[in-house]
Design a protein around this ligand. Structure first.
Ligand code: URA
Length: 222
């Protein structure tokens, strides 16, 4: 596959979103990854420490789990477009004890993005959605789900369901408000792959959701 078939985030758009992100505890920028012709788009939360160093979405521990789940649906990274609600790493300062010296060392920890950060970076996901026009969107966790469908949705209630409905996009660059798209999209929500690190019981549920993704692909996608 040649380079030009991969979607590139336009530089002026990255600059715009960097400007909108000033003042937030966000670092780095990891573009979404995948070909323009991708039929399936995965929408996660935000990159973590691994991703902001190698610029590959879902390349850390959560990514390893995502790749295993995608295999259940007969998919690899090459087959899909992978992105998140926020494309910079949200961090918080914390302290960690140095094992050898016992000294407390200040370091950055990953955290979930807040609503203001999601609005600040919304133009990126809106751009990706318009450029890719995915035939199926798989949201990973509540952040991705609520970014696209709205605050009243909860992953544990609707994971694995096949939804057909409009998605949220930023009303305008001057307003922190979403409006619904004119077009309907097809969405299967599932949990964030990192959720199994905290709750092993979710594993069979996520596996079943990815079987549903695989079944949808077999029936409707090429
Ligand atoms: N979690 C996400 O939601 N996105 C990434 O890129 C990595 C971890």
């Amino acid at each position: 596959m040649t380079e030009h078939e991969y979607l590139q985030t336009p530089k002026p758009l990255i600059k715009l979103v960097e400007k909108r992100s000033e003042g937030f505890k966000l670092e780095g920028f990891v573009p979404g990854q995948g070909k323009k012709q991708s039929q399936i788009m995965f929408v996660g939360e935000a990159p973590g420490e691994t991703e902001i160093h190698n610029f590959i979405p879902f390349s850390g521990r959560a990514g390893d789990e995502l790749m295993k789940f995608m295999a259940i649906a007969g998919l690899t990274r090459e087959d899909v477009y992978i992105t998140s609600s926020v494309r910079s790493r949200p961090y918080r300062w914390g302290e960690k004890k140095d094992r050898k010296t016992g000294e407390l060392i200040k370091r950055r920890y990953n955290r979930a993005p807040n609503q203001a950060e999601i609005y600040a970076q919304a133009p990126i996901l809106d751009f990706e959605m318009k450029a890719i026009q995915p035939k199926l969107i798989v949201t990973l966790g509540n952040i991705g789900l609520r970014r696209l469908l709205g605050k009243n949705f909860t992953v544990s209630e609707i994971h694995g369901e096949l939804l057909q409905q409009p998605i949220q996009q930023l009303a305008s660059l001057d307003e922190n408000r979403f409006v619904l798209s004119e077009k309907n999209y097809t969405i299967i929500p599932t949990f964030h792959p990192a959720s199994i690190f905290y709750n092993r019981k979710l594993l069979p549920l996520i596996e079943a959701d990815f079987k549903a993704v695989g079944a949808y692909k077999k029936e409707y996608l090429t």
